[in-house]
Design a protein around this ligand. Structure first.
Ligand SMILES: Nc1ncnc2c1ncn2[C@@H]1O[C@H](COP(=O)(O)OP(=O)(O)OP(=O)(O)O)[C@@H](O)[C@H]1O
Ligand SMILES: [Mg+2]
Length: 501
């Protein structure tokens, strides 16, 4: 296991005002899973982009099988059998799953034309290998974020690579898909494939990783054997400071008012007779596997999709045909799992994005006070530790986790009475996660009703007062009062249907 196939030596990479990588070294052995760990903005994705020819380093070298290489484009890296699953997806939304998997590498028939039948068959084979039920003929735009993630994985697998880089492949997946993905990773390892694995889900690292390298502020802190290090030690290495303690919530008693009431909601085969309720001041967790209908439920409430039947009322007012605008007027906010789609103006500064959703309440006169806006953005930057030289930077230049923090800041600064969070801490590092949890608790204490969809079961358990579990479009279980005795197993049993057998 000790033959090194790839070495990154003293890599430096600067962006205007940001030293993203400062003398980083890293090596990869044949057949290992090497975890790259670090806070949001530490430089993980940048290092991988340097390796795959997306960025060119200012200095340093890449040595592959003992030879110095320099990739000009991602295509060059692919030819050297290095595949990458990017953190921000790279799929063509209006093409099918099969077309996306083989984009630019379509199998050809003898006539020279694309062999569509073979392409679909091959795609199906990879999807089966991954144990995911996605139709290879479905358009990518019709898939949820988790399934898009799995298409990205399938695409990377279709390249017969020797090195596979996975930049947060599990950020939106739930336990079942994660364990299927881990089976796939172990299979690849057996075939001698080496994997560089990036994740903020601390509980996975020691399960899947052989070695772990920690980056902090663009520098290498160290590399250790996964079996010889504790999670606490890793957190200390990556954070370099004490992380804030989880606060327990001061009990809020004013829960008479209802923030959301849904009764007998149905929609095609996605939602079946769903009834739920969220009180103001209450945090309700919505658990379930990917595809169980959690996001579909939130989208139907917010009027992104149309329901077939059932009643919805928001903050005590029935709402016949919900639309996002009507919902916002009733002081509901929806923080979608898809940050590109929902919520960020990527080419505008952080400052503008932060006040975007709350403009009316922050500046009731309709005139934006830029100084106040900057102050507010600065507050969130400090609270959520958004890594950036200043809040005038465009969001597009932030790391993935830091973009997610801006999405949250944007909704936290509104005066909503009811908020739906769909995977709120997707891609967010351990330290910032605690901060965000504390902010969500503060909202509840101040009387906001919160419905939180999360695939991260520890998150559901620490935050929720009450939990609904969904499976195949139905609410199959309600945990009326979450206590310290409530277990992940209870949720998993209902989410997978195991509880009924
Ligand atoms: N194209 C760019 N232009 C300017 N700055 C950039 C660019 N890409 C990355 N950065 C900056 O480089 C630093 C490292 O970012 P990077 O995306 O590598 O972080 P990361 O470790 O992957 O974080 P995360 O866990 O949030 O994904 C950040 O400060 C980021 O804002
Ligand atoms: Mg990243």
């Amino acid at each position: 296991m000790s033959d090194v196939i790839l070495e990154l030596r003293n890599i430096c990479k600067e962006f205007p005002g940001v030293k993203a990588l400062d003398n980083v070294s890293f090596d990869l052995r044949k057949g290992e899973v090497h975890v790259l760990l670090g806070e949001n903005g530490a430089g993980k994705s940048t290092l991988m982009k340097v390796l795959t020819g997306v960025y060119h380093p200012n200095s340093g070298e890449i040595v592959l099988h003992g030879n110095k290489v320099s990739f000009q484009t991602p295509r060059d890296a692919q030819l050297a059998r290095i595949a990458i699953i990017f953190q921000e997806f790279n799929l063509a939304p209006n093409l099918t799953v099969a077309q996306n998997i083989f984009l630019g590498r379509e199998p050809k028939a003898r006539s020279g034309l694309i062999d569509r039948a073979k392409m679909v068959r091959d795609a199906q084979e990879i999807l089966d290998f991954l144990k995911v039920k996605i139709d290879p003929n479905a358009k990518v735009e019709t898939l949820g974020v988790a399934h898009q993630q799995l298409v990205e994985v399938a695409k990377a697998l279709s390249i017969d690579s020797e090195i596979l880089i996975m930049d947060e492949p599990t950020a939106t997946l739930s336990e079942n898909e994660i364990s299927a993905l881990f089976d796939t990773i172990r299979n690849l390892q057996k075939r001698g494939v080496s994997i560089i694995y990036i994740s903020h889900r601390m509980q996975e690292l020691k399960v899947i990783g052989n070695r772990i390298t920690v980056l902090r502020d663009g520098q290498t802190v160290g590399t250790c054997e996964a079996s010889e290090v504790t999670l606490d030690e890793l957190i200390r290495m990556m954070v370099g400071r004490e992380i804030s303690k989880v606060r327990t919530r001061t009990e809020n008693t004013a829960r008479e008012e209802t923030a959301l009431e849904v009764s007998h909601l149905s929609q095609g085969n996605k939602l079946k007779d769903v009834s739920i309720r969220v009180q103001r001041g209450e945090i309700v967790g919505l658990a379930g596997l990917v595809g169980s209908g959690r996001t579909e439920l939130a989208q139907a409430v917010y009027g992104i999709t149309r329901r077939d039947s059932g009643d919805i009322s928001i903050c005590g007012e029935p709402i016949q045909n919900p639309t996002p605008i009507k919902c916002i007027q009733r002081r509901m906010g929806f923080i979608s799992e898809d940050r590109k789609e929902c919520g960020l103006a990527l080419n505008l500064p952080i400052r503008v994005n932060v006040t975007h959703a709350g403009l009316k309440s922050i500046f009731p006169g309709g005139i934006v006070d830029v100084r106040r806006e900057r102050k507010l953005a600065e507050d969130y930057r400090a609270k959520l530790r958004i890594v950036t030289p200043d809040v005038e930077r465009n969001v597009v230049n932030l790391s993935g986790g830091n973009q997610q923090k801006v999405v949250l800041a944007k909704w936290l600064s509104t005066d909503s009475a009811f908020l739906v969070f769909d995977e709120p801490t997707r891609g967010i590092d351990v330290g910032a996660k605690e901060e965000i949890h504390n902010l969500i608790r503060d909202l509840a204490v101040n009387g906001v009703g919160i419905l939180m969809i999360s695939s991260d079961l520890p998150e559901i358990l620490t935050l929720s007062d009450r939990i609904y579990v969904m499976r195949e479009g139905r609410i199959v279980h309600e945990i009326e009062q979450v206590t310290s005795e409530t277990t992940q197993e209870e949720i998993i049993a209902y989410a997978t249907g195991g509880a009924e057998q």
